[in-house]
Design a protein around this ligand. Structure first.
Ligand SMILES: [Zn+2]
Length: 425
């Protein structure tokens, strides 16, 4: 099965599917968008970390995506994203993936050699002075000192991105894959001005970049809402869109270059701002969600009652016992209040309704418990260890789980971001 082309459409959604059982239910959400009048292309993303924790290979993500596409007769493009890869981890993704998120966050702030620095600053005198960009009233003022300072912070990271890009290109051939550069997993947000300078450096390296994932201000914790100043985010995003449009014109980057927002899922409070910024700037976006589909699996199992509910309770109880170890790899992207975690004895008594209403992300519900949700979110290792037992129950309860997976993706993410509605909760 081949894709029509490797030019990413205006709207795309990154979906995670930890156990490779929900591709069909996820694709169904894109079909609903299509019926509602908006084309949203699915990209199945799974990081090396996730594959390692679960013990899976990128070929399983590809097989699940291909099977879903075939079964639902999806005729538009779709992709498999090697999420957050670097030079050390890219190899195992070279065969099965056609979208690469090259993560260089760890290299931000590392110094490159002085001659590269000097050459960059010399080459980009057009960046000096007052930069006016379309649609934005204010202008950027870049002094030689600012240019050198930003270059010294990001040039090495861009050179690393280039090395990873070359490795992928040598394996797959130019034009046969989509490239994204991500800088989101770091402590400090990049400003729109920094983004412009980073894009100039990426263009210099000849990377045909189609998406870029900066870090925005505020916290993007996994599976819970945005924590930060929504109006500041909105302003930042509009300036980023303007910087991208400017860089496309000025540096010949691909005309479909767009922002990739690594949302970590469920950023309900900023989705309306994203939608209106896209509309205002006639821009596209790649909305990457995290593996919260797995939480819909747990919700579906709990809703099914009986063995399903018992397994959901058992997963929580084990996650509770191993909470420190499970949270450690995700420390920068979760925020759990241990006081708010229900004790195992209590959860063991919960009904389907009590379990699902604590887990389901309905901010208006008093029963919703974000600490409970975040612990389960990082607890997928427990389910992975259960192996067949977990997968058999997923298969036995496919219908109730699929209903939750599709509704979550369509009504809570695709609707608000791409259609500008709240799809019914
Ligand atoms: Zn990310």
């Amino acid at each position: 099965m081949t894709n029509r082309r490797f030019t990413l459409d205006k709207f795309s959604v990154g979906v995670g599917d930890r156990f490779a059982h929900q591709a069909k239910a996820q694709l169904e959400a894109c079909l609903r968008a299509s019926r509602a009048g908006v084309e949203v292309v699915p990209v199945w993303n799974k990081s090396n970390r996730e594959h390692n924790i679960i013990g899976s290979e990128p070929s399983s993500t590809r097989a699940a995506a291909d099977a879903a596409v075939k079964s639902l007769q999806w005729t538009k493009p779709y992709y498999c994203d090697a999420d957050h890869i670097n030079l050390q981890t890219v190899e195992r993704f070279l065969t099965s993936c056609d979208f690469y998120t090259i993560d260089v966050a760890d290299f931000i702030g590392r110094k490159t050699d002085q001659s590269s620095m000097d050459a960059f600053v010399r080459r980009h005198s057009e960046l000096l002075g007052e930069i006016r960009i379309n649609r934005v009233e204010e202008s950027f003022e870049i002094t030689p000192a600012v240019l050198s300072q930003v270059a010294s912070k990001f040039l090495f990271a861009v050179q690393q991105a280039s090395a990873v890009y070359r490795r992928i290109e040598s394996a797959k051939g130019k034009g046969n894959f989509i490239s994204e550069v991500s800088m989101d997993e770091t402590d400090f947000a990049q400003t729109p001005l920094e983004l412009l300078i980073i894009l100039a450096a990426i263009a210099d390296e000849g990377i045909p970049l189609q998406t870029i994932a900066p870090k925005f201000s505020g916290r993007f914790n996994k599976g819970v809402d945005y924590a930060g100043d929504v109006s500041q985010f909105a302003r930042e995003m509009e300036l980023d869109l303007a910087a991208i449009a400017h860089a496309v014109r000025e540096y010949g980057l691909p005309s479909n270059l767009k922002l990739s927002i690594h949302s970590g899922s469920d950023k309900f409070s900023i989705y309306p701002a994203i939608h209106s910024a896209l509309k205002q700037c006639n821009a596209g976006v790649h909305l990457k969600t995290a593996g919260t589909t797995w939480l819909e699996e747990i919700i579906g199992l709990a809703e099914a009652g009986g063995e399903g509910l018992a397994l959901a309770q058992q997963i929580y109880i084990e996650a509770y016992a191993h909470r420190e170890e499970l949270c450690q790899p995700y420390a920068t992207v979760i925020d759990i209040d241990p006081q708010r975690l229900p004790v195992p004895a209590e959860v063991r008594r919960w009904s389907s309704e009590e379990f699902t209403s604590a887990l389901r992300h309905d901010p208006s519900s008093d029963s919703y418990n974000r600490s409970f949700r975040q612990l389960l979110h990082v607890g997928f290792k427990i389910a992975a260890k259960m192996g067949r037992k977990y997968l058999d129950l997923l298969e036995a309860n496919e219908e109730v789980i699929a209903k939750n997976v599709t509704h979550n993706l369509y009504a809570r993410h695709i609707g608000p971001v791409f259609l500008g509605d709240n799809g019914g909760s």
